[in-house]
Ligand binder design. Structure first.
Ligand SMILES: [Zn+2]
Length: 271
């Protein structure tokens, strides 16, 4: 009888260890996230970005830095640091760009060297998102293949050709642990992507890139008429809404100026 009791006990223990419902969910590899100021954009005509508006407007520019157990990840690089030394800012085709604090100085403040960045994930190839790519020549670019291969009218490559690059074709799980997902959202540009990150304490966040520029555009499902493909842009908003729901995620819109006051910036961080 005693031997039978032992066997029964062992069987119960074995069953408990292999029952899927009792297994712990894999731990997110993300340890912390920093929000970085990446410039200010003064627009001549807000209507170019937000149908229904006219006259001057303003957009913020935001980058996000993640410490993952497999290395540092930077999402977008903002306006170029060189603009910080231009008193009048830099003229763009839509207005004027200003940089009050460089990306390099913000990284230095938290003790991160540009060479520490393992992955440089970019929403797309427009100038207000790739302004500081050259600070990180050792990093691996993480972009959509459709964006990488999109011919630039000037004939110059959209990304430095000598950088290592992961060219995703659709959604992509960057670290293979489900903690960082690139979400394909073409329309603003041919290979635009959003970023979904699962933070251990804060929860799931989705970063919009330029799939949407403002909260008002999101609330009213509006897309800029100047987008590369307006029909794809509208579909991207639907896809984002579905992903937000599926992952119970918050949407953070990097160009929405009212988000600046809502979020804590580096050196403070989120976990
Ligand atoms: Zn932008």
């Amino acid at each position: 009888m005693k031997a039978m009791d032992c066997l029964a006990g062992a069987l119960i223990a074995l069953t408990a260890s292999i029952t899927p419902g009792l297994a712990q969910a894999p731990k997110s590899g993300i340890e912390r996230m920093y929000v970085l100021y990446c410039g200010d954009i003064a627009l001549t005509d807000m209507g170019r970005f937000s149908p229904g508006y006219s006259g001057p407007g303003a957009l913020s520019s935001t980058c996000y830095l993640f410490k993952h157990t497999q290395g540092w990840l930077l999402w977008d690089t903002g306006l170029g640091d060189a603009i910080a030394s231009m008193p009048e800012g830099q003229k763009s085709n839509a207005g004027v760009w200003h940089v009050k604090k460089t990306l390099a100085s913000q990284l230095a403040e938290i003790g991160v060297k540009p060479s520490d960045i393992r992955y440089l994930a970019l929403s797309h190839s427009h100038g207000d998102h790739v302004g500081n790519v050259n600070l990180f020549p050792q990093a691996t670019l993480v972009v959509q293949k459709a964006e990488y291969d999109w011919p630039d009218p000037s004939g110059t490559p959209r990304f430095p050709k000598d950088m290592k690059a992961t060219k995703a074709e659709g959604d992509h799980d960057l670290f293979g642990d489900g903690s960082v997902l690139l979400i394909s959202t073409p329309g603003h540009s041919p290979g635009h992507q959003c970023l979904l990150v699962k933070l251990p304490k804060t929860g799931a966040l989705m970063f919009s890139g330029d799939a949407v520029h403002t909260q008002a555009n999101w609330d009213n499902k509006r897309t800029p008429i100047q987008n590369f493909n307006p029909a794809q842009s509208a579909a991207a908003l639907d896809r984002m809404a579905a992903v937000l729901k599926e992952h119970n995620a918050q949407l953070w819109i990097g160009h929405e100026p009212t988000e600046v006051a809502k979020h804590k910036y580096a050196p403070a961080y989120y976990e």
